[in-house]
Write a protein of this length. Sequence first.
Lengths: 122, 312
Amino acid sequence: MGRLLTTIEHAVKKPVWGCSMCGQCVLHSTGLTCPMNCPKKLRNGPCGGVREDGGCEVDPDMTCVWLKAQGRSERMPRTWREEFDDLRPPVDSRLQGTSSWVNLLTGRDKHVPAGWQPDEEE
Amino acid sequence: MPTLAELLTDPEPPRPVITAECPVIDSGGLDAIAEHATRLAPYADALNATDNAAAHAHASNVAVAIALKRLGVEPIMQVACRDKNRLALEADIVGAALHGVSTICCMTGDDVTAGDEPEARRVFDMDSPQLIRATAGLARGRYLSGRALDPAPPLLIGAVENPAAPPFAYRVRRGLKKAAAGARFLQLQLCYHPDRLAEFTELAENAGLTRRVALLPTIALVKGARALRYMNDNVPGIHIPEPVIERVHNATDQREAAYQLALEQARHALSLPGVRGLHFTDFRHDDALGKICADLGLPAIRSAPDGDALVM
């Protein structure tokens, strides 16, 4: 079942979002723009290398993934739009290649390291 | 001498805080670092130990930070996400803290393609907000895994932001994210668009960012138009308008024109809301830092470091 969902998920998300099956999908909070297409795989916004014309520091022919994500997030429903500013935890590399749909259902994609505290304590 | 943490949290700061980049070190023993410290430390509250700046390999951030500390200068250890995974980053920070290096500046890092070994594998196991949060965890006595560090290293955490890179309006929100993650100061990338810097600080003030972090805009001390052109063409995220380069290029004394440009930028930056000081990158390796501090009316911070003032 897991394998079937993985295949379906990849078939759907690869052509549309360039999905690389990180297994911990955050598309809804990033303006339906996959941050794993950022060459630096940044999950929390654009680096400081964005070019004057909005081009990616690494690949000038490509518009910065986060520039697109930020623009698109403004057109998202309010809860998704607000989640854009959430601090997303480091990627769990064990989930690479697994289905984020399955991980969402099982709650596996919510696992963070024990020392990771996403909320400000002050 | 007050620490950077004390200076940045002083409710009534007596003067702007000055930090500067320690030039990259490749060899020559500790004397090579002492030479730069002797030139820069009289005017700077702290010196940045860079982490493979511009994606070129150099003596490591940890080694240089420890050396600066031994020279009696407060180091700001830059930590970039490009070259190491989370285990190595945590180890570097904790290891440097053992030697008394307690100020950390977290950044994404230029891509490997900006450097001279572009074939290298880029790591980016964490991004800069995640690194800030992980470092804040260390300061609270926890590794990312949750394992305890006892006693917790006292860390002052900073980060960087680029007020002149798109998406402009979003940059302050990114600053807020870094503040929420644990950053207490932001060294701002070189900015040759005064309007963008002004807009960033104004937005930062309105959004409450300046109450949470101290802003330190960066000013470059360069020799002339060639350096400006080089930065414009090669340094990711830096855009210098042609008229600015031309102004220096057409001057009879390029060195002086470049200095005047920096002085103008420094005065402008210090006039902006939330700006607690300046960060300098000195590409001239001359007396320009002392001169600009004098022209800004800032006192020398330390006595002439002829070996006595610097604790060896």
